[in-house]
Design a protein. Structure first.
Length: 297
């Protein structure tokens, strides 16, 4: 079967600045009869064009791609084949560029003067870590953007000092060592007190008890805060302890939950908090203390 030798300088990958030319070489391709060599990426074979140039001899092959951009980042494969077999070698190429646009911006906890904005990191980081984000705003009635904040480290920001009744659009861009990338834009956000967090659910009832689990149930809050209840969070506390600990990994959609992983022979209390679009409300009153033990009939 054929053998392929990639240039030693390229075995650990190739990094190229955006706009430059990517060059990858297989310096030695050997086989009897002489194999046919093909370059590909993501299942698509490269052909010569204005931008792509493949230079091949019977024993070597070089792929050159002009004007590199972020989309050229990935794994490049050279495949050599003859009637006796197929051989593949892979080369990782990283194009160093400004980042792509961040994921969509979501607004939550909207009130008359502030709102919480969240987004996802860009799918394309430009080949190096994201340093920070820049957030801008504009009123929907105006064309001019103004900077709201820069050097934001997290994918979250509370925009404040906004004008009651106004409608805003926000946009966010990511920054890496090569500069600032394209922005993502939010939909319009109107600054009004539309809803509040929900009230507390009813005091939880103890349904079943075992050595290391307790099932509790509760009723919906009397006040939903003007927005549908998304779910509930259950917390537990040892009766003699001070600290409430979350007992569920994610929001619970039902009015009943089995709290597992408890220690046998310990008295626990439980409480429940409801969540709507504005966030979590006040917790319920704690349940009666209950001791974990296996009930023997």
């Amino acid at each position: 079967p054929p053998t392929i030798t990639i240039d030693p300088d390229m075995k650990d990958g190739v990094s190229v600045r955006a706009g430059d030319t990517i060059v990858i070489s297989a310096s030695k391709i050997v086989g009897k009869p002489p194999p046919t060599a093909v370059w590909s990426k993501g299942g698509r074979e490269f052909k010569n064009s204005d931008i792509i140039n493949i230079t091949s001899t019977p024993t070597s092959s070089t792929l050159a791609i002009k004007y590199a951009s972020r989309k050229n980042t990935g794994v490049y494969i050279i495949t050599a084949s003859n009637p006796f077999g197929i051989k593949e070698e892979h080369v990782k190429v990283k194009v160093l560029d400004v980042p792509g646009p961040p994921g969509p911006i979501e607004s939550s906890n909207v009130s008359a003067e502030k709102c919480t904005l969240t987004w996802l990191p860009p799918e394309e980081d430009g080949g190096c870590s994201i340093k920070s984000y820049i957030l801008e705003k504009r009123e929907t009635s105006r064309l001019q953007w103004t900077k709201l904040a820069e050097n934001i480290i997290d994918c979250r920001y509370v925009a404040s000092k906004l004008i009651k009744g106004n409608e805003y659009i926000f946009r966010v861009s990511a920054v890496n060592q090569y500069g600032t990338g394209d922005s993502s834009q939010s939909g319009p956000v109107k600054m009004v007190d539309s809803y509040r967090p929900p009230g507390p659910p009813s005091t939880p009832e103890i349904d079943t008890v075992s050595g290391n689990a307790v099932t509790i149930s509760w009723k919906r809050p009397a006040q939903d805060g003007g927005s549908d209840i998304r779910g509930y969070c259950v917390e537990r506390k040892e009766r003699r302890g001070m600290r409430w600990v979350r007992a569920c990994k994610r929001t619970i959609p039902d009015l009943r939950f089995k709290v597992q992983g408890l220690s046998e022979g310990v008295e626990y209390e439980f409480r429940v908090t409801a969540e709507n679009k504005a966030g979590f409300g006040e917790p319920s009153e704690p349940s009666h203390p209950v001791m974990t033990r296996d009930i023997v009939c």
